[in-house]
Design a protein. Structure first.
Lengths: 263, 329
């Protein structure tokens, strides 16, 4: 069968995650299984509107497949107009995901804005396989407190022995936490040179990577999840090329040394 | 297997084959040679048409599948393929298909492309008289076929020397023995001599060599070239290796998902939802096009992404010197 024909998945739950973001839980129809790795993505279809790449935000160690949808364009608007019981098309999973086997045991996870969606998959994976990892820290920044994702989960991460730092760019009276950059959060962590997983705007990725390298991280141990425009997801249409790499097949996770020239 | 096809037998042979499969051949449409469905029209075999037969493998527009909705659930229908014979593909365009086979065949395989590829018999025509802007000889993709093909023809004085390259090619010979004669030693010698002359004819052409092209790419002033480039995408639409495409849906609640050819030279090609665009600069897009052909595609496939057909120079609206990449002031 053609790679372009999607699997159908029913929306079984919709949660409001932030001011412009929904957390959508999906169940593939006809009991079809759907295996994946943290850091992979799916091509999501709203039939009649088209298809776009969305990173998987759930961990494969948990039952439900979840996508975090931020209102950004035609198709994400279409997804957010759906109701529980509606069907979306999904193709994939595509991409390489985070190279967990290759990564060191001590991991720092740094996310900015909606880029944190793909990192939550890795965080919950680590929570569920805690003994396989060493010191783990999460640094996450969003524009305002209203833009923070997954607030109800931070406590469970801390209970699993993960250091969690949250910051916002613009604070207000209701916000009692940190205000400032993700890199400032990282100063508070006891960082031992291990591996890193980063996703966010390019300027944030560069700042975090620089800080980590100053602390003795090797650039090949810093993994960055990249965002690119995609159409096919299977390395043919050429929309997502970064130099010789296809983000959809060779990425979206690259070691920092491979992509720093385009960041 | 080799055979000889007298000139007067070509049209009767194609007519016979056309009785059981679609024959595509270069014919003149409004005075311009194009590959199109053939039913006895005059065969325009002198020059390679401006558009390669890529249209029959990756059309400007094609249906990937139809979606039909019933009570909120969908069923999908794939279009059915067609059995075809493409007559008159040139060695350069054949090389382009070999490159595309490698790209579309890498995991996960593009079934829609290969459905067409597998149901098409390819009959190539070697270039005993290369066109004026051809430089295939420089890049090893012509003027004779060096890639897998079902049948290849070389025109000599009173007919065609035929060489088979696959079981499908042999079957065509075996199914229609009445059109073919045994090939003689003098036919073969004549063919070899013609192809040698064809190679000679391209000796003094520009670009002079592959290293010269690579050097020009390295030295190019991309921001100046970017200002000259009109971003029309013409070069990418005539290139037999260019295969960028986009996918879109037509119809609610039932409809079809189609793919259309796209081009990496257009400003919106890599623009993401939200507006960020990693290749927003014209010079960057042009440089990417060249690097893809001479670096990235070779890394992926082991073959050059340029076959030396010269079409991009012919159609460039900015009349850029596509190979020296010098900016004339």
């Amino acid at each position: 069968m053609s790679e372009y024909i999607p699997l159908q998945a029913e929306i079984v739950d919709i949660d409001i995650e932030s001011s412009n973001t929904y957390l959508i839980s999906l169940k593939p129809l006809d009991g079809a299984g759907f295996g994946y790795k943290p850091g992979q993505f799916v091509m999501v279809s709203v039939f009649g509107l088209g298809e776009c790449p969305i990173s998987i935000t759930s961990s494969p160690t948990r039952k439900t497949l979840q996508l975090c949808i931020r209102r950004a364009g035609k198709i994400t608007n279409g997804i957010m107009d759906c109701r529980v019981g509606d069907v979306l098309g999904i193709r994939g999973p595509y991409g390489n995901g985070f190279p967990i086997e290759k990564m060191k045991k001590d991991i720092i996870i740094a996310g900015g804005g909606s880029g944190f969606a793909t990192l939550r998959s890795l965080v919950n994976y680590i929570v569920d396989r805690r003994s396989a990892f060493g010191d783990v820290a999460v640094a996450y920044g969003a524009r305002t407190a209203r833009d923070l994702y997954f607030m109800q989960e931070y406590k469970s991460w801390q209970q699993a022995g993960i250091e969690v730092g949250i910051t916002v760019d613009i604070g207000d009276e209701s916000w009692k936490g940190n205000v400032g950059l993700v890199t400032a959060l990282m100063d508070k962590f006891r960082l031992t040179a291990g591996s890193a997983a980063i996703c966010g705007p390019p300027v944030m990725i560069n700042a975090v990577a620089k800080k980590l390298m100053d602390k003795g991280f090797d650039h090949s141990d810093i993994y960055v999840s990249m965002e690119r425009h995609m159409k096919c997801g299977v390395g043919k249409c050429e929309h997502c090329m970064i130099g010789p790499y296809h983000t959809c097949q060779d990425g979206p996770v690259f070691s920092y040394d491979k992509v720093k020239s385009v960041l | 297997m080799k055979a000889f096809l007298p000139k007067d037998n070509l049209v009767p042979l194609l007519t016979r084959v056309g009785g059981y499969m679609e024959v595509v051949a270069p014919i003149k449409v409004e005075g311009v040679p194009v590959f199109a469905s053939w039913s006895g029209e005059f065969l325009a075999l002198k020059d390679n048409p401006l558009l390669s037969p890529l249209e029959f493998f990756l059309p400007q527009r094609e249906t990937l599948f139809r979606y039909v909705q019933d009570s909120g659930r969908y069923s999908f229908e794939s279009p059915l393929g067609k059995v075809r014979l493409v007559f008159g593909i040139r060695p350069c365009d054949l090389r382009a298909l070999t490159v595309l086979d490698s790209i579309f065949g890498s995991y996960p395989l593009d079934q829609i492309y290969f459905d067409k590829r597998r149901s098409t018999v390819l009959v190539a025509l070697n270039c005993s008289q290369p066109g004026e802007s051809c430089f295939c000889e420089r890049l090893g993709s012509g003027p004779s076929c060096s890639d897998a093909v079902d049948l290849q023809l070389t025109e000599i004085a009173d007919g065609y020397v035929i060489e088979t390259g696959s079981p499908a090619g042999i079957l065509i010979l075996k199914a229609h023995p009445e059109f073919f004669l045994e090939v003689s030693r003098s036919h073969l010698l004549e063919k070899d001599e013609l192809m040698k002359q064809a190679k000679e004819a391209m000796k003094d052409r520009i670009p002079r060599s592959l290293p010269e092209i690579k050097e020009a790419i390295e030295k190019a002033d991309w921001s100046s070239l970017g200002r000259l480039c009109l971003n029309c995408g013409s070069c990418t639409f005539v290139c037999p290796v260019c295969h960028c495409f986009t996918i879109q849906d037509l119809g609610v609640p039932d409809g079809e998902r189609i793919r259309c050819r796209d081009t990496c030279l257009l400003s919106g090609f890599s623009r993401m939802a939200g507006g960020a665009n990693p290749r927003s600069n014209r010079g960057d897009r042009m440089k990417n096009w060249y690097l893809d052909k001479f670096e990235y595609i070779p890394q992926r496939t082991g073959l050059l992404g340029c076959v030396g057909c010269g079409r991009c120079s012919k159609v460039c609206l900015a009349e850029m010197d596509r190979w020296s990449l010098e900016v004339r002031r």
